[in-house]
Design a protein around this ligand. Structure first.
Ligand code: ADP
Length: 765
């Protein structure tokens, strides 16, 4: 080492500044290394120099830049492992520069170096390690022709230069890296775009096409349009073969013949693709190994599966005629087209399934509509045959020509209860009418015993009847008709044509026949109800007739009895003693009560027997007439009303109704309270609701219903005179008018009787 001065000579300082400036503009790692080398060589007057950099794995050193040596000259500075046996590695490990100032110094430090490299050491050498972020980056090496004493200024210069150079190199590398990444990403995007374009072109080309061959053909053409060197074919599975559905036009006829005939599913590449369910791109192909006879030599191949519901349904195959390695771009383009094909096929499949579902739904709707007709039209009828007939008509209207039967069991024979349509053979008709035997007529026996429908796409001629009778019959459907879970009959539709009974057909038949069962069940209930109603009506009518006759016939004897009792009282009471007079009084009272009873009973029975039509009736006027008539009872009491409407009524019965209710309100008065009865009316939906309110004794709620029953009274005659018929008459009248009647009451405060009546249609409030 030498006697160094302490100030940096301007020249060296200037060189450093300009070097740093140049470094900042260097774009690539190579430019950076060049700046480092040339600056160092020039500043120190070295004869040659090199930069070695640590390789990407961090285990070796590579010569990156050389200056001053002949191109490819054999020097000491060569690629090699990163270790302490070479000067650059040594300097990096020691993390300090190494200076060899005189001849032999380098060889002394690294004795095997010349021998190992075949190079010759320079007279003097400087080795400067470079670090970036504390990690070894490489080394700058300078060779000198003369012995060289490295001044402190020179050492500082080199240290600063290599430190700045390392930073610049790091930046340039980062930049380069970034650019590479951008380029890669751009290429990737470009590929995606190309793939997308292909996909779009494909989707546009197929439009609403739904034929598999057409769709696959378009996919093949799209691949060819983008990759003219690639042949393509689309296969679908049929049994144990993959059969080509579409192929590119460049394929030789014998190849087409082979792939359309079908490729064994066990063929290795095909089988492997199916197993993995993912695309299989291979850069090589050996036709013989694949077990195919064709001898055409291939380059690369690719197999792409189209998978639905976990099952590989199709295979898209691509190949090149000449040796070829698939690029990313090619692969993603082919993938895109196959994805397009797959999506379209899937959509087509879904559309197809949807169409089937729609048809089923439509059929079911039709059947249900048929059923709606069935029940709507027949509600008043309870003849089950009418229902069966209608169901047969509905079914036959939805099917091609044929006839329908309905068998019920009749001992050991099937009895044809209802038939629609001509069976087309007189012998057959006679056979049917005679009643086929139970147990020998499978078409009827099977649904009857299993409870399940029995569909014959091809009617088993001769199974039920002698075969010659049913030569014209080709399909049959037989469905059990159940009522409350029990098979009651067998519904049969027979067609003259063959028919593969579709799901839709079955849905229609099952719906109609199921509905028929329900309709029959309902008709049965309706019939039962109707019978009960009729019975009830008859017994009611008898009772009324009896009440009428009895009360009517009783009137004369009662009248005779009471008038003679009156006569006796007037003429002979003075001849009777006190007891006799009391007895006579009992007879008179009893006679009067009996007369009232008979009158009331007569009124009751007349509610139905003496009906007048319902006409618009002013309730106001009826009320006023009633009150006038009741004047004697009203005496001292207050009977009032608010404005009352016009209703549809039998005026006499309405009069009776109001009279009964008002007089009850007056009769069941409270001790010491002036009786008040008020009648008002309010709108209640479509109806008028009337309220007759009194301030009398009231009624316990448990009697609210019972008091409307004839002869039901809550009081003895000693307390309140009455027959217990009044409210029963009221109820009958209101119900005859289509209304309802009920009580509300607070015992000790009063009672309100409500009833509803129909408004007069023309009445506007
Ligand atoms: P009656 O001829 O006994 O009045 P109704 O059929 O008119 O027969 O009434 C039946 C029973 O209902 C009456 O006996 C009475 O106990 C009770 N009742 C009817 N209306 C009223 C009312 N406004 N207040 C209290 N109780 C009533």
């Amino acid at each position: 080492m030498s006697g160094a001065s302490t100030t940096l000579p301007p020249s060296l300082s200037e060189r450093l500044l300009s070097a740093i400036e140049t470094l900042s503009t260097a774009q690539t790692p190579e430019e950076v290394l060049d700046v480092i080398l040339s600056s160092a060589l020039g500043a120190l007057n070295a004869i040659a120099g090199a930069v070695l950099l640590v390789d990407s794995r961090g285990t070796g050193l590579e010569v990156k830049r050389v200056q001053g040596h002949e191109e490819k000259a054999q020097t000491l500075w060569q690629d090699g492992p990163l270790d302490g046996r070479v000067p650059a590695g040594d300097a990096l490990m020691r993390r300090q520069p190494l200076f060899f100032e005189r001849r032999g110094a380098l060889n002394q430090a690294y004795p095997e170096l010349e021998e190992r490299t075949g190079g010759v050491a320079a007279v003097a050498t400087a080795v400067l390690p470079m670090f970036l972020d504390d990690r070894p980056l490489g080394a700058l090496i300078l060779d000198f022709r003369e012995p060289h004493e490295f001044t402190l200024q020179e050492v500082r210069f080199l240290r600063t230069l290599t430190a700045q150079g390392a930073v610049a190199l790091g930046r340039a590398r980062l930049q380069q890296d970034l650019e590479a990444r951008v380029a890669a990403r751009t290429a990737e995007l470009e590929e995606q775009r190309a793939a997308l374009d292909a996909f779009v072109v494909y989707k546009e080309a197929v439009g609403h096409e739904s034929d598999v061959r057409a769709l696959a053909g378009q996919a093949v053409r799209t691949v060819r349009a983008n990759l003219p060197h690639v042949s393509a074919a689309y296969y679908e599975r049929e049994g144990n073969l993959w059969k080509a559905q579409a192929w590119s036009e460049d394929m030789a006829p014998e190849v087409v013949a082979e792939i359309t005939a079908g490729v064994d599913v066990r063929t290795p590449n095909y089988a492997e693709t199916v197993r993995s369910g993912t695309p299989l791109f291979k850069d090589g192909w050996d036709g013989a190994a694949q077990g195919l006879s064709r001898t055409v030599s291939h380059g690369a191949t690719g197999f792409l599966p189209t998978v639905y519901g976990g099952e590989t349904r199709g295979l898209f195959a691509v190949e090149t005629r000449h040796a070829h390695s698939w690029t990313e771009r090619e692969q993603s383009l082919i993938r895109a087209v196959v994805r397009g094909l797959h999506l379209t096929l899937e959509r087509t499949e879904q559309t197809r399934r949807l169409a089937i579902q729609n048809a089923e739904l439509e059929a079911r709707t039709q059947a249900l509509e048929g059923f709606a007709h069935l029940t709507r039209d027949l509600t008043d009828q309870s003849d089950p045959r009418a229902f069966v007939k209608r169901a047969q008509e509905v079914v036959l209207s939805l099917l091609p020509s044929g006839y329908a039967l309905y068998y019920g069991r009749d001992g050991g024979r099937w009895r044809n209860w209802v038939q629609t349509g001509d069976v087309g053979h007189s012998g057959l008709q006679a056979f049917i009418d005679a009643g086929p035997l139970v147990g020998e007529t499978p078409t009827v026996d099977i649904p009857w015993t299993t409870g399940q429908p029995f569909f014959q796409d091809t009617y088993a001629q001769g199974s039920d009847t002698p075969a010659e009778m049913v030569q014209h019959v080709n399909a049959a459907a037989a469905l059990p008709v159940s009522r409350r879970g029990e098979v009651m009959g067998v519904f049969i539709a027979v067609l003259f044509e063959k028919r593969a009974w579709s799901r839709t057909d079955r849905v229609v038949l099952e719906t109609v026949v199921g509905s028929l069962g329900l309709a029959l069940e309902r008709a049965e209930s309706v019939a039962l109800l109707e019978r009960r109603n009729q019975e009830l009506a008859r017994s009611n009518a008898e009772l009324e007739q009896f009440a009428y006759v009895a009360s009517h016939d009783l009137q004369a004897p009662i009248r005779a009895m009471t008038s003679f009792a009156g006569l006796l009282e007037r003429r002979y009471s003075d001849r009777l003693d006190g007891r006799g007079q009391a007895y006579l009084q009992h007879i008179v009272d009893g006679g009067e009560h009996m007369k009232r009873l008979v009158d009331d009973l007569l009124t009751f029975s007349r509610v139905h027997t003496q009906q007048r039509p319902l006409l618009p009736t002013e309730v106001d006027a009826v009320f006023d007439a009633v009150v006038r008539r009741l004047e004697a009872e009203v005496d001292g009491a207050r009977v009032t009303r608010s404005r009352l409407p016009v209703v549809l009524a039998d005026a006499q019965q309405l009069d009776q109704l109001l009279q009964n209710l008002i007089s009850n309100g007056l009769k069941y008065r409270r001790e010491g309270v002036t009786p008040e009865v008020h009648v008002r009316a309010e709108r209640d939906g479509e109806l008028w609701r009337f309220a007759v309110r009194d301030n009398g004794i009231g009624i316990e709620p448990q009697y609210f219903e019972r008091i409307f029953v004839i002869f039901q009274r809550l009081h003895g005659r000693e307390e309140y005179e009455g027959t217990g018929i009044g409210l029963a008459v009221c109820k009958k009248i209101v119900e005859r008018h289509g209304g309802q009647i009920w009580m509300e009451s607070t015992p000790g405060e009063g009672t309100t009787c409500y009833f509803t009546l129909q408004p007069d249609g023309n009445f506007q409030q």
